[in-house]
Design a binder for this molecule. Structure first.
Ligand code: VGL
Ligand code: ZN
Length: 211
């Protein structure tokens, strides 16, 4: 069981925003059930980072931008296939706000991502073109934060891609499985789990950290 190493561990809480919670346009099933557990876990970490999906109007990832259907339709972007979503997390909108129970006073960074008109960013580290950095890796390295625990939404998209990118960038990445929920498009959970296994990303339960 990993003991939390308070000086060098960080908890990354991914996209716990109103638009991804029940009632929102891109609600992740049962997403609200993980809020109390994330809050309790965050209290054990000195270093907490929140991410915020933060899109401009008519973003490339919105189905409405292309006159297409969300979830089932895709486009071929210059960087590859992009799944299309309902309009969500518009910059400055109420739906883009982090759930008030997770607006944690001791969080040290709120990292916004997905703000480029023509590139989506599931990962908090590297945008969907696989090349454009968000700057988070440099921030963590400069601060000596080495081991990263991931929780939040969604397991098969922004949590998953963030943990994968972290591992590829040389951080130790662990996913707190019971404190995450998936969007669950065909094959996406299996793909995430296979990618975690291939990069030795550990999936653990919050009870292993909270006991
Ligand atoms: C997310 C789809 C679109 C996520 C963000 O936070 O997992 N998913 N934008
Ligand atoms: Zn998004």
């Amino acid at each position: 069981m990993p003991n939390i190493l308070r000086p060098t561990d960080a908890l990354l809480i991914i996209d716990m925003q109103l638009d991804f919670l029940p009632g929102g346009p891109l609600a992740v099933h049962d997403g609200d059930s993980i809020i109390p557990g994330i809050k309790a876990l965050a209290a054990r970490f000195d270093h907490v980072i929140l991410t915020q999906d933060w899109h401009p109007a008519a973003h490339i990832s919105f189905a409405s931008t292309h006159g297409k259907q969300p979830f089932t339709d895709t486009i071929e972007a210059p960087y590859g296939t992009q799944t299309l979503w309902p309009d969500h997390c518009l910059q400055g909108s109420r739906g883009a706000e982090i759930h008030p129970d997770l607006a944690l006073p001791h969080a040290e960074l709120i990292l916004r991502k997905g703000f480029r008109q023509n590139i989506d960013s599931y990962s908090a580290f590297t945008e969907n073109d696989g090349a454009t950095p968000t700057g988070l890796a440099g921030y963590l390295r400069e601060r000596g934060l080495k081991r990263l625990f991931f929780a939040g939404l969604a397991y098969d998209f922004c949590v998953g891609f963030s943990a994968l990118a972290a591992a590829k960038l040389g951080f130790e990445a662990l996913v707190v499985e019971d404190l995450s929920r998936a969007i669950d498009l065909p094959g996406t959970i299996d793909a995430a789990n296979q990618a975690f296994a291939s990069l030795s990303i550990q999936r653990l339960a919050s009870s292993e950290l909270l006991s």
